[in-house]
Design a protein around this ligand. Sequence first.
Ligand code: PLP
Length: 399
Amino acid sequence: MLAALPIAEPDPLWALIRSFRHDRRADKIDLVVGVYRDASGETPVMCAVQEAEARLASAAASKSYRALSGNMAFNEGISAFLLGADTETLGRQCTIQTVGGTGALRVLADFIALVSPDATMWNTNPGYVNHRPIMTAAGLQVKSFRWQENDTGLDIEAAFADLDEARKGDVVILHGCCHNPTGVDPSLEQWRRIAAFCKDKGLTPMVDMAYQGFGDGVEEDAAGLRLLAGALDTLLVAASCSKNMGLYCERTGAAMVIAPDSKPLSNIRATLERIARASYSMPPEHGAAIAAALFENPRAWLAELEISRRRVAGIRRDLGAALREHGAPAKFQALCRQKGMFSLLPLDSHQMTRLREEFGVYGTASGRINIAGLLPDQVDRLAAALCAVLRNVAVANLR
Ligand SMILES: Cc1ncc(COP(=O)(O)O)c(C=O)c1O
């Protein structure tokens, strides 16, 4: 059997992480790993999470099997967090807890493969590295559409020009906020146009919400999703609590299907549960129980999330200022208006290799950097290194 095993290339991201660990330079900068770091370089467990965990531990509830849909208090909490607490949409949606945002994407991909196997999935280019593999693994066909910037923000005409080829019944994968890897989000007016475009062409959006609270705020970041939900009959949503609750390794997420009305909901739930049952059966309880507690009593958690959000926005401002001081081309100022943890540097893979080898700055070969991984005392050095690479200056001349 194993003789037929094809060679699987190791994930390039993990290869970069490994070489960062082995790099002996004290001033190396890790902008690869997609986690939030505080100003001291830690990925902290939020205090609100620690308190919820302490309460859960003292309650010592049974570890018996839970429902196939997961923790129902969590499902209710995350639905209201995503859609708003007071919206008619809550009455025509079905949500199940999943194994992180990735699990949500896979459950929804399997759902689409079941109900609409000929649908083409439209993926942003550039896009999140795992969208295409997840959709392909579910047997779906994937095509891409441009997700690029012009002088003011998202170049929506380029996106529409590519999506013009989409057929009725196709699915468009959209990032709810903080697009990974570009940080380029639609304006509210552009969300309106996306909703009208999808309605007109009979396309179903699938919104991936992995960073709610890291852009402009938890409500603001959900505005595009809520607009789509109000305008369209059918919508799919994959959500993650990895970043905004710092629950990365607890694998806490949700898959939501919004239907035209409440009639098909029990059948949708049974279908989603069947998909989950054939894969992992039930999602892990611990992270969802913590998240449910945070949704129920959100004040402390939201205050901590706001501190993280402000730190990332502040790093963007500081990096923009440092780049200006070092004489970087004006296009780098787009980093300041982009949103969330990631941005895509306008550098080629050769320049990214130089950044890594000569300056100890680790980003992905495509140019993606994790802004939320940058520490305050690294901002100026990063700006200098970027400008040196652009000007083709060697490291010795910088020191
Ligand atoms: C756009 C996007 N979707 C989904 C995920 C996966 O989230 P999770 O870690 O909860 O599986 C990520 C994680 O980086 C992401 O960036």
